[in-house]
Design a protein around this ligand. Structure first.
Ligand code: ZN
Length: 393
């Protein structure tokens, strides 16, 4: 009988059933609501800070203490910490208790909390510096600031991506060169064959946080690093090859640049909308909030409310931009690793925390990676066109 990719996909789908499937569906579908609740929580926290007059008073204090250049920085640090504090119950529930409820975390509260404090410190610092820059652009170009603001945001994003493998990632995990052995040999073979600098594979102790199987390509310019995690290291050699071929695909296909370009366009359109909406909102509520205008450092919570609204609406666009890149990397992986069944088995293992068979519309709106069904179907379609070839594993 001829090989039918559709039937082969169905056979894979049938291996995830009952309580296990119900649990991964529930975990992932709950995430749909978290997009809404996260948006509402952000708006709520910022409205509290504005309505109670805290933002207005904090801004006056910052402007009394420092000149126009540094006042935004002086405003942003306490403001961001205040928002973090108001949102803490939501963050603790979604990132700690919910992960434990689904058995997806290996950390106790102290371990998780320690990492959360580092994240808060780093995020606050980066955001405050960015706000200092954007404020300077707003003072200079009160109307066209969204364009300069986009440029600055992209520069800060690129700087963060470049510095992450060297300064940020090691704050959370140990990265060691992959030890000699069959895995290193196979990964380096794949890398060399596809023109990737071959001395650059790292092993990361991700089991410290969770059992999730993963690998990544992080960094840019000189810092790019390909890493696989210790949960992946425990899998079959051809499953490791399939995953690493996917990661190499991101690298070979220059996804960092096409993603940055796509994100820049989304940023620019979003900030243009925010720039149009802010004066309108300030004209109605600025007096009540004690925010004097666009040049007031305390306008940041107003911008944050509008930006969260725009990014909330843009969720399907952002997810689709990333998902299309992931699908490309999957196809690259099949051509490079030639291990469609190993790839399909990994896709099934990843479906522990991602709904495996969504509707097409659900996948477009909510998925930043192809669903398990799409990934297995892509693998089986590739397999159907390479039947009987001796090097297919
Ligand atoms: Zn990927």
């Amino acid at each position: 009988m001829a090989f039918d990719p559709e039937l082969a996909t169905q056979a894979y789908m049938a291996t995830l059933k009952g309580a296990a499937r119900a649990r991964s569906d529930a975990y992932f579908e709950g995430g749909y609501w978290l997009i809404l609740w996260g948006f509402l929580a952000t708006v709520g926290a910022n409205l509290i800070v504005l309505q109670l007059g805290w933002a207005g008073r904090l801004s006056k204090w910052a402007q009394a203490k420092a000149g126009p250049m540094l006042a935004p920085l002086l405003f942003a640090v306490p403001y961001l910490l205040l928002i973090t504090l108001i949102m803490a119950p939501y963050t603790v529930y979604t990132e700690f208790f919910r992960e434990h409820a689904y058995g997806l975390s290996n950390q106790n509260f102290a371990e998780w909390g320690g990492e959360a404090l580092i994240v808060i410190a780093v995020d606050t610092l980066i955001a405050a510096i960015l706000w200092m820059g954007v404020s300077a652009v707003i003072r200079r170009f009160p109307r066209g600031w969204w364009l300069g603001g986009t440029g600055l945001s992209v520069v800060v994003l690129m700087a963060t991506i470049t510095l992450a493998p060297v300064y940020l990632d090691p704050l959370f995990n140990d990265y060691k060169p992959l030890p000699d052995g069959p895995v290193k040999t196979e990964v380096l073979k794949l890398a060399r064959a596809n023109g990737v600098p071959a001395d650059n594979v790292f092993l990361v102790d991700a089991s410290r946080q969770s059992d999730r199987i993963s690998a990544n390509v992080n960094g840019m310019f000189g810092t790019t690093r390909i890493a696989l995690n210790d949960n992946l290291m425990k899998q079959d050699i051809n499953e490791i090859r399939a995953v690493m071929a996917h990661e190499l695909g991101h690298y070979v296909l220059n996804h960092i640049w096409t993603l940055l370009l796509g994100m820049s366009l989304i940023f620019a359109a979003s900030l243009a909308l925010v720039a149009a909406g802010t004066p309108w909102l300030l004209a109605r509520l600025g007096g009540r909030w004690g925010i004097t205008g666009m040049a007031d450092p305390g306008v940041l919570p107003v911008l944050t409310i509008l930006a969260s609204a725009v990014f909330f609406v843009a969720t399907p666009l952002t997810n689709s931009l990333i998902r299309v890149h992931e699908q490309e990397a999957d196809i690259f992986a099949h051509n490079a690793a030639r291990a469609p069944d190993s790839f399909a088995r990994i896709a099934m293992k990843l479906s522990q925390y991602r709904k495996i068979e969504p509707t097409p519309l659900e996948e477009i709106i909510f998925f930043d990676h192809p669903s398990g069904h799409t990934r297995v179907m892509t693998a089986m379609r590739w397999k159907a066109e390479h039947l009987g070839e001796p090097d297919v594993r």
